[in-house]
Design a protein. Structure first.
Length: 201
């Protein structure tokens, strides 16, 4: 091998080695910058895709009631949420949830009043198009299930169609809510709500 060829090979190795060192450093810096941005904005990763609602689909009403009773109200959701209808103890609950999501109900959108953010209005996403319809008030109050503090979604004075309906929710995990639905004083359904992200206040 000639001196010129040997020199070229050594130079090529230096360039390759230099390039391989720079790439990870750049990636590390980008990840560090992203982490700082998340910390500054006070947000955590999205909760969408949690396994909890899927687990709840296979539970009985008694099991879901136990989870609900053990939970605290938590923070009232703010903004858009994704919903899952739960027919506890009914036939084919997973199929029911999928059909309900496709054709009837996809979740709720919360608009809270400042500065306390302990009350506001809620609108449901309904129909196959997810249209915002059926308005309710939301506030903190006493649960019909166990008499303890909960988040209430009240349609009695805002919707002619759904005036007999009352929902309650409690935050089982950050951004994951388990809900109960009453028609009058009769329990008819359970449901889950998932927020898109958890905001630390």
């Amino acid at each position: 091998m000639s001196t010129e060829t040997l020199s070229r090979n050594i130079q090529a190795k230096k360039i390759t080695k230099s390039g391989s060192l720079k790439a990870p450093a750049t990636k590390k810096a980008a990840n560090k910058s992203k982490s700082r941005h998340s910390e500054a904005s006070g947000t955590k990763a999205s909760t969408l895709g949690s396994s909890k609602p899927k687990e709840w689909l296979g539970m009985t009403r008694k099991e879901l009631d136990t989870i609900y009773k053990q939970a605290t109200p938590g923070k009232i959701p703010q903004g858009d949420t994704r919903g899952t209808a739960i027919l506890a103890g009914g036939p084919l609950p997973r199929l029911f949830a999928q059909v309900a999501k496709t054709l009837a109900w996809q979740g709720k959108v919360f608009d809270l009043f400042s500065p306390e953010f302990n009350s506001g209005v809620v609108v449901n996403k309904v129909s196959p198009l997810g249209v915002n319809l059926i308005v309710a008030k939301t506030y903190r109050g006493e649960s019909w299930l166990d008499g303890k503090d909960t988040i209430i979604i009240d349609y009695s004075s805002t919707s002619l169609f759904a005036s007999a309906i009352r929902d309650e929710i409690r935050e089982v995990e950050p951004g994951i809510y388990l809900g109960k639905v009453w028609w009058g004083k009769t329990r008819i359904l359970d449901f889950a709500l998932e927020t898109h992200e958890v905001i630390e206040q």
